[in-house]
Design a protein around this ligand. Structure first.
Ligand SMILES: Nc1nc2c(c(=O)[nH]1)N[C@H]1C(S)=C(S)[C@@H](COP(=O)(O)O)O[C@H]1N2
Ligand SMILES: [Mo]
Length: 411
């Protein structure tokens, strides 16, 4: 439901969005000055005990930084359902100057660039009324999800496994909008910019896709998440959704699209968000990659969600173990599980297919003997790609996808 007055709307969003908890956290209301004040609040970075704070429209989430907000979803939540609720979805920003109030009808996206034959502007109202939207479930995952588990350790946000989420995205295919822009045949890349800005040396966050990636019919300008407005912190009123690709390409508060005749080399494409240009996107610790490329699609991952490390089970009693798997857009074909640290494997039961970009549920029954058990799961996608048994390493701490281990005890 759209409301006429964007201030009313934002006020409504704040009231329904846990503003009380935000105030309780000593951060006041969600204004720029409150965020400036938040910057002076001491909060521990990820290692050791981590604080939970409820930002506007969010339930209490793990705080990595407050300015800009960087919030991680507590992992237990992934056991509650395959769709991550909007108020629990992780948040990642690079720059502190983030929008806190946007008119959801008047907001416009400017489309231009030197390989755009017909520059124009499109408002949200036009985007909603002049095009046919599509909707699908898709996982968004930060490139640095699980970075704190790298060994040797790497710098950057010390995330555990909660910088991911699965939501239902509704939006207009980018290629339908670009069709109006009359791309010149010199077009090589498309760049995307949002309303947030760099401050004090932080470069404006701009991303680029090759034209063929941008014209993929599943790439959308999304304006709904799980059937409602996208939360402000997740990119209200419109974000680019590039299913199967790491979150870095999912530009929030999208305001500018440029079609250009060259490879864009802004900071967030080069040197940031690049991976070693080889099959594993990995190197030996302490070495440097011979060449790099922009990070691309997700690698295959799977997680047990119903049991945490250290869980206690009843010996001799059957437990139903549950988890999730996903990949970069082929879809999951198979999940295997081991209850003996990876020595022997069996097939887990797959849950319903909910689309090739979605989390896929799996389950298996496990009746433990007395003692400690090392549970592992490993997934394969439809093109046969899987997860390594030993962790791969790379300097930025991106793309972790090793077969994880969950140790449980039965008594
Ligand atoms: N405008 C804008 N969009 C952005 C970013 C940003 O800093 N600014 N960060 C990107 C990164 S690295 C990630 S992982 C995703 C996270 O999306 P979320 O905050 O909605 O979870 O947003 C992407 N889009
Ligand atoms: Mo990210």
């Amino acid at each position: 439901m759209r409301q006429p007055d964007s201030n009313d709307r934002l006020r409504r969003r704040l009231v329904t969005g846990g503003a009380a908890a935000f105030a309780a956290a000593g951060l006041g209301s969600f204004t720029r000055s409150a965020l400036a004040q938040a910057a002076t609040t001491e909060l521990p970075i990820a290692n050791g005990k981590r604080n939970l704070v409820a930002f506007p429209e969010k339930r209490p989430l793990i705080v990595l930084t407050t300015r800009p907000p960087q919030l991680e979803t507590p992992f237990e939540l992934f056991n509650e359902g395959l769709v991550t609720p909007n108020d629990a979805f992780f948040v990642r920003y690079h720059n502190a100057a983030i929008p806190t109030s946007v008119d959801g009808d008047k907001h416009a996206i400017k489309i231009g660039g030197n390989a755009c034959g017909k520059p124009f502007e499109i408002t949200m109202a036009e985007l909603r009324s002049q095009f046919k939207p599509i909707e699908y479930l898709a996982v968004n995952q930060c490139s640095g999800n699980s970075r704190s588990l790298f060994n040797p350790r790497v710098t950057g946000g010390q995330l555990t496994n909660g910088a991911m989420g699965n939501a239902r995205w509704l939006g207009v295919p980018l290629r339908d909008v670009l069709a109006r822009a009359e791309l010149k045949n010199t077009a090589r890349q498309v760049t995307f910019n949002g309303l947030d800005n760099g401050v004090m040396g932080g470069g404006d966050f701009v991303k680029a896709l090759d034209v063929h990636q941008a014209l993929d019919p599943d790439v959308i300008l999304a304006y709904q998440m799980n059937g409602t407005d996208i939360p402000m912190l997740n990119g209200y009123p419109v974000k680019l959704v590039v299913p199967g690709y790491y979150g870095t390409y999912w530009v929030k508060h999208l305001s500018e699209i440029e079609v250009i005749d060259r490879t864009f080399d802004g900071f967030w494409m080069n040197p940031a968000y690049r991976v070693p240009d080889n099959d594993c996107a990995c190197i030996e610790p302490g070495t440097t990659p011979a060449a790099t490329r922009p990070i691309g699609r997700f690698t295959v991952r799977s997680f047990i969600t119903s049991l945490a490390n250290g869980a206690q089970l009843r010996a001799g009693q059957q437990a139903l173990v549950r988890g999730i798997a996903f990949d970069g857009g082929q879809g999951i074909r198979e999940v295997a599980y081991s209850t003996d640290g990876g020595q022997t494997w069996r097939g887990a039961k797959l849950g319903a297919e909910m689309g090739r970009y979605s989390f896929r549920e799996f389950t298996f029954a496990f009746t433990p003997d007395k003692g400690t058990h090392d549970l592992r799961v490993r997934a394969w996608n439809r093109s046969g790609q899987s997860q390594p048994m030993e962790a791969l390493w790379q300097p930025a701490g991106y793309m972790r996808n090793v077969v994880e281990s969950v140790k449980v005890t039965a008594a």
